[in-house]
Design a protein around this ligand. Structure first.
Ligand SMILES: Nc1ncnc2c1ncn2[C@@H]1O[C@H](COP(=O)(O)OP(=O)(O)OP(=O)(O)O)[C@@H](O)[C@H]1O
Ligand code: SF4
Ligand SMILES: [Mg+2]
Length: 313
């Protein structure tokens, strides 16, 4: 098998707080993603998904761990060395309304990465931007529109066109549909699936919603309080979720609930990442917890295809 396009090993991001305490936003994450593959990263708010995204793209430096992209560890690289690699990895953010400069035309926004990388020239740039708009399903007439003249879905398509401008290998999509109306969400998800098929892109697709991930992803990693608790093929995970947290997440998006899934949805909130419980991090909310769960910390284990961090699974 070929080497993964992206391989993250032991990735951590700790923030120092007053009083010598630290907030462990990401705390020992392992992930891999092959070229052309789509990996979902799901979990409740605050579990560290966006921090993983920012680390993988090296928008922030890790506290520990390796980030191998295209065979090279980019974790220790400085900005100068990262700049040429940025062409190959791009991000689309949750909110297209704030991601676009209201004073810039669609043309100027989509052309921006070409200008920043110094590969824009007057003759070819307009043709390239027109092609990119076509790629995302927008007509050439949109070139000279401003963001206030676009719908939410159209703005997100412009953001995706901008992310595609440098022909990346990896697209990180951080909740790309959650700021959109439900009907538009479905269109954008279909479009993203189609786009990946046509361009052979790899997606790291971040969402708090497993149902959305099921539509777009081949594999899914479930994150809880800075760690991955279960990872495997998305359909296998829906058929037979093993970690109690995954089971609860699936139960919350699948009415009526398949047999064997908990009746009660997730109780309580995610604990503070500055005050992580001892033992299994999910123990304070877990309906299956045992004595050892508050003492011992289960590590991710299992076959290469499907791994889970729970001894009751
Ligand atoms: N710069 C920072 N300084 C301190 N803490 C931070 C910083 N950035 C993020 N955090 C904390 O790290 C944790 C993870 O945040 P992150 O934004 O990665 O979560 P998320 O899973 O993306 O949540 P959401 O679904 O709400 O977007 C949170 O507790 C957050 O408050
Ligand atoms: S290790 Fe224990 S507390 Fe953690 S998920 Fe499994 S059963 Fe629940
Ligand atoms: Mg986030």
């Amino acid at each position: 098998m070929t080497a993964p396009l992206l391989q993250v090993v032991g990735l951590s991001k700790h923030y120092a707080l007053k009083g010598g305490r630290s907030l462990r936003a990401v705390d020992g994450v392992d992930l891999s993603l092959h070229a052309g593959e789509s990996l979902g990263l799901v979990g409740e708010s605050g579990c560290g998904k966006s921090t993983v995204a920012r680390l993988v793209l090296r928008l922030i430096p890790p506290s520990a761990g390796a980030i191998r992209f295209d065979g090279r560890d980019i974790a220790p690289l400085k900005e100068d060395a990262l700049r040429p690699l940025r062409r190959d990895m791009q991000i689309v953010f949750q909110n297209p309304h704030s991601a676009l400069n209201p004073r810039r035309t669609v043309f100027a926004s989509v052309a921006e990465p070409l200008v920043v990388q110094g590969i824009a020239d007057a003759a070819s740039t307009q043709a390239r931007v027109t092609d990119l708009l076509r790629e995302v399903g927008l007509p050439e007439s949109f070139l000279w529109r401003f963001p206030h003249e676009l719908s939410g879905g159209q703005k997100q398509r412009v953001c995706i066109a901008r992310a595609l401008a440098l022909a990346p290998k990896l697209l990180v999509l951080d909740e790309p549909t959650s700021a959109l109306d439900v009907s538009v969400q479905a269109q954008i998800l279909d479009f993203l699936q189609d786009l990946r098929g046509r361009l052979g892109l790899a997606y790291l697709f971040i969402s708090h919603n497993l149902a959305v991930v099921r539509q777009v992803c081949d594999r899914v990693a479930v994150m809880y309080l800075g760690r991955i608790v279960e990872e495997g093929p998305v359909e296998a995970m829906f058929r037979a979720p093993r970690h109690p947290y995954t089971r609860a997440l699936i139960a919350s998006v699948l009415p009526p609930r398949p047999s064997g899934l908990p009746e009660a949805p997730l109780a309580g909130d995610v604990p503070n990442a500055a005050d992580i419980p001892a033992g299994c991090r999910f123990a304070p909310r877990c309906p299956l917890r045992m004595d050892r769960c508050s003492r011992d910390d289960p590590a991710l284990a299992g076959s290469d295809a499907h791994r889970v961090a729970c001894w009751a699974a």
